[in-house]
Write a protein that binds this ligand. Structure first.
Ligand SMILES: C=C(OP(=O)(O)O)C(=O)O
Ligand SMILES: [Mg+2]
Length: 573
């Protein structure tokens, strides 16, 4: 039966395909005593065997679709399955304690995980804890006869349905087959939604109940432009959506003509439209959409895509590729922003009540300096190949910026002393995404070379509304005068010191926000590559003088997000 759900439109585009449920099955079991321990051990062996076949297949598929390097993650998994210390310990428990295989496996893997996690001075061993957890889940699923989802094995066109998708789940999706995704929870600026835009696949998040509304294999239609999802659409509904998809494709073709054009307003002012990227692989999209710079390279994805901390050399290669490909256009690389909703399996972080207010980004970098110094050295070496700018995420105080700058200068001086070629023109800036930094922008502006406003976080911290929580998404208000006033203060403060200001939060590519930002005097707009041509086309129609008046009304007369949205809609056609 047809059912319609309304979620939050998270990534443009329309898709119709079968649902693929990426839902963790129930792996609970009860502890029992077994008499025939030999038969129980044989049942365990069979589960090991079956898990091994799974990993062999997954590894081969991953090598094919994601590359050999990504596939190597699964070698560690297979080594654990083949390790007699691990399997032997489980069998001894079955034999000696007469425990069922499920219980014996769970006891042994908990012990291994605890041992590895305790080795805080050995990062390599700590990383193995996550592998053991993964492997034992898979073996357990075979013991219980339930199937784990295997997104890497998808080989037909599907729409992925999940309660939530972590950024690393999203990174595993193969764009060739995954035509869209839909989740129960999340907001437009959650990282899974941002990843969908990198991948250029339609997405709807925050539907609240999609996982309860659709079964594996049922037909789904997803409209990432409006947030509508239809389960089992009727023929006429399908035809309507196909027409909308065709209209959208035609609109995109029209925008594509602006690919090599400059971004100029109706009154002849030029602005830079830059792209946000997560990996060098995203450069294709950047070039295809005619970006004038990279305004945000989220380097944490390099750390998340790897089985261990990426080496200086690996990082250097990635940064060099981006800087060199874009040269002479500038590239703003942001140092690692791990924490919040972005985790590294090999770097266990403390459990936190409020991860978004916790140990995150520059706070980790200043604390674990060996990681930070490695990243800065890789960046410094890459600077010789183009126009590099570096920015630090989640800066709250001027002392944090000065501490980061001091470490940067120390690493720079060492490399220079070693005769390594580096650029002598690297701008150092900060993300403005914490209200404290926005309020103090006039003081910060004397210390930094530039600002880039991260509205995704700035809005959540200013409104105290989690960016990924659909229950408070009504408070996630980009056009609220409070946000616009902060943005204005940041821009005016930078300009007073002769510094430039960009914005790399999702608001920079939002057609309602762009006219207001133009009026406030923002210099650089950095967005998902897929939004660039749409915004370029919009800017051509706007006059900066008119937008100044609009922004003035938005900040000084209007009192709400909705009023400001209506103001732009009434004045910008
Ligand atoms: C660009 C931003 O950073 P991220 O989305 O990676 O937190 C932001 O907060 O606006
Ligand atoms: Mg942020």
């Amino acid at each position: 039966m047809t059912k319609e759900l309304q979620g939050i439109a998270a990534s443009d585009g329309i898709a119709i395909a079968k649902a693929y449920m990426l839902v963790q099955p129930d792996l609970s079991f009860t502890k029992t005593t077994v008499e025939d321990t030999a038969a129980e051990a044989a049942r365990f062996d069979a589960a090991i065997e079956a898990s091994n076949s799974d990993f062999t297949l997954i590894r081969a598929k991953a090598a094919e679709s994601l590359g050999e390097e990504e596939a190597q993650v699964f070698d560690a998994h297979m080594m654990i399955l083949a390790d007699p210390e691990f399997t032997g310990a489980v069998k001894s428990k079955i034999e000696d304690d007469k425990e069922n295989a499920e219980q014996a496996l769970s006891d042994v893997s908990s012990m291994f995980i605890a041992t590895f996690e305790a080795m805080t001075d050995n990062a390599y061993m700590q990383e193995r804890a996550a592998d053991v957890r993964d492997v034992s889940q898979r073996v357990l699923s075979h013991l219980l006869g339930v199937q784990l989802p295997n997104p890497a094995l998808i080989d037909e066109e599907v729409i992925v349905v999940a309660h939530d998708l972590t950024p690393s789940d999203t990174a595993q999706l193969n764009k060739k087959y995954v035509k869209a995704f839909v989740t129960d929870i999340g907001g437009r600026t959650a990282h899974s939604a941002i990843m969908a835009r990198y991948l250029e696949i339609p997405a709807v998040v925050g539907t609240q109940e999609i996982t309860n509304s659709v079964k594996n294999g049922q037909l789904l239609a997803v409209d990432g432009l409006t947030g509508k999802v239809v389960v089992d659409p009727e023929a006429d509904e399908q035809a309507k959506l196909k027409q909308e998809a065709a209209d959208y494709a035609a609109q995109k073709a029209e925008w594509a003509q602006l690919k090599t054009a400059e971004t100029v307003t109706a009154d002849g002012k030029h602005f830079d439209l830059a792209a946000n990227i997560g990996t060098p692989k995203d450069l294709d999209g950047v070039l295809a959409n005619g970006a004038e710079a990279v305004g945000l390279y989220r380097t944490e994805f390099l750390y998340m895509d790897s089985a261990e901390l990426p080496s200086e050399e690996d990082q250097f290669q990635a940064y060099k590729q981006v800087v060199e490909t874009m040269s002479p256009k500038p590239v703003v690389v942001r140092t690692m922003d791990i924490g919040g909703d972005k985790h590294l399996p090999y770097m266990p972080l403390p459990e936190e009540m409020n991860p978004f207010l916790g140990y995150r980004a520059i706070r980790i970098s200043l604390d674990r300096q060996e990681i930070f110094r490695t990243q800065l050295r890789a960046l410094l070496r890459a600077s010789a190949f183009g126009k590099l700018r570096i920015m630090f995420p989640m800066i709250a105080t001027i002392q944090e910026f000065e501490a980061a700058k001091k470490i940067f200068t120390e690493e720079k001086d060492k490399l220079v002393a070693d005769g390594v070629k580096i650029s002598d023109d690297i701008q150092l800036g900060i993300m403005i995404e914490i209200p404290a930094a926005a309020v103090l922008a006039d003081q910060f502006a004397k210390h930094v070379d530039f600002f880039s406003i991260g509205t995704n976080d700035l809005i959540q911290y200013t409104m105290a509304a989690d960016r990924g929580n659909e229950h408070v998404s009504y408070l996630y208000q980009p056009y609220n005068p409070s946000i616009l006033r902060l943005v204005k203060h940041v821009i005016d403060s930078a300009h007073a010191e002769g510094k430039w200001v960009g914005m790399c939060g999702e608001a920079a590519g939002d057609p309602i926000m762009v006219p207001l930002l133009l009026g406030l005097g923002l210099d650089e707009y950095s967005m998902s590559a897929t939004s660039i041509l749409k915004v370029r086309s919009l800017m051509k129609k706007l006059s900066t003088e008119d937008m100044k008046k609009l922004a003035d009304t938005a900040i000084n007369e209007n009192i709400s997000n909705d009023q400001n949205k209506a103001l732009v809609e009434a004045n910008v056609k």
